[in-house]
Design a protein around this ligand. Structure first.
Ligand SMILES: NC(=O)c1ccc[n+]([C@@H]2O[C@H](COP(=O)([O-])OP(=O)(O)OC[C@H]3O[C@@H](n4cnc5c(N)ncnc54)[C@H](O)[C@@H]3O)[C@@H](O)[C@H]2O)c1
Length: 347
């Protein structure tokens, strides 16, 4: 099995790559990543010299490069995670999201279609997507695999579009595919622009904790290693041309989550209970902010036996301990030093 993972230097991708490299010694695993601000090869330091692992620096937007890469390696499978992934950035620069999330995905689909033509046996294109494509829920209800798409941000619109292209390549050309739509992830190596790592970092530094609007936005949280395990399972056992929703059965209002984080961090840092909570600052709401996301993950549970293995309390504890122990990683990310790692390591 020659397996291409895109975006493997990012947050979720690095957990997926590590899992595959450790669990499948006979596979050849190629990690293709452009190393944008979100790509950090330090995330994979522990497996970078494994004999079944290779890193390729490259951009999925570059069609000629992608075609030549597929022709050279003749991948049997693709797990596609590379994306622009931050909603706030999509509001300031939507075109970057159109390029990578839509055009980049179509470049990969095309290249796979060209090399797999007429021989789809043992081939699979796995597209990793988000629950945000379904739009916003009210106070009740859950997203199922048959919920209509209703994206509200440029990020979710670009991911929705890429999902449609993957499905269209399946319908039109017979390309074997599977798609998963997952809820919010958290865990080690999370880039500190997203809520949980940003707040952990700000609490350490006693900086304000900016909470959007009234803090009542609700998200379903999943520990990243449980997502990586689901991706491994769906890639190997999921049915062709199917979508699976992945979630943590774990809804939290942002404000309650932040207060919990403050409480655990105060205890870990030996601060007075309430010290970090005093840092909470309500800020102007994000435009088009979705009120609530919640996933019904019963299909993947019934068909493939997957469920989260870690409770939120355990996952949050592991995450906080990891960030406190890996100060160098956090310092390198916040100072930008991580971007020199590729130069030093792979020059
Ligand atoms: N983070 C979440 O909570 C979450 C939830 C559900 C789904 N997802 C999806 O999972 C995937 C990974 O998310 P993440 O949080 O790990 O993202 P991330 O931003 O941490 O990582 C994205 C990776 O893609 C790479 N990349 C970006 N543009 C590229 C390009 N043009 N060519 C090649 N590589 C490029 C980056 O360098 C980075 O390593 C995304 O597709 C995202 O939509 C994320």
């Amino acid at each position: 099995m020659k397996l291409l993972v895109t975006g493997g230097a990012g947050f979720i991708g690095s957990h997926v790559v590590r899992r595959l490299v450790n669990n499948y010694p006979k596979y050849e695993i190629y990690n293709l990543d452009a190393l944008t601000y979100a790509g950090n090869l330090e995330n994979l330091r522990d497996i970078e010299s494994a004999s079944n692992y290779s890193f390729i620096k490259g951009d999925i937007n570059d069609m000629d490069f992608i075609n030549s890469l597929f022709t050279k390696y003749k991948f049997d499978g693709v797990i596609h995670l590379a994306a622009e992934s931050h909603v706030d950035r999509s509001i300031t620069d939507p075109l970057a999201f159109v390029r990578t999330n839509i055009i980049g995905t179509v470049n990969l689909l095309n290249a796979a279609k060209i090399i797999w033509k007429d021989n789809f046996d043992g081939k699979r294109f796995y597209h990793v997507s988000t629950d945000e494509v379904y739009g916003s829920l009210g106070q009740t209800g859950l997203f199922t695999e048959s919920t209509s798409y209703d994206p509200n941000s440029p990020y979710s619109a670009s991911k929705a579009s890429s999902d449609h292209f993957v499905r269209a390549y399946g319908e039109t050309y017979g390309l074997p595919y599977v798609i998963t739509n997952c809820s919010n992830n958290y865990g080690p190596h999370h880039f500190p622009e997203k809520l949980i790592p940003l707040f952990i970092n700000n609490i350490i530094q006693e900086k304000p904790l900016p909470v959007y609007g009234d803090g009542n936005y609700t998200r379903d949280w999943l520990f990243v290693e449980d997502h990586a395990r689901a991706i491994d399972l769906v890639f190997h056992k999921g049915k062709n041309a199917e979508t699976y929703n992945i979630g943590g059965f774990n809804e939290w209002k942002n404000i309650d989550l932040v207060k919990l984080l403050c409480k655990i961090m105060d205890a870990k840092l030996g601060r007075n209970n309430g010290q970090s909570e005093a840092l909470i600052t309500y800020v102007k709401d994000r435009p088009g902010h979705d009120l609530r996301y919640a996933i019904d993950a019963s299909k993947i549970n019934k068909e493939l036996g997957w469920k989260p293995s870690v409770t939120f309390e355990e996952g949050l504890e592991k995450t906080i301990v990891w960030f406190l122990k890996n100060k160098e990683w956090l310092d390198n990310v916040t100072s930008g030093t991580y971007q020199t790692y590729y130069q030093n390591q792979y020059k």
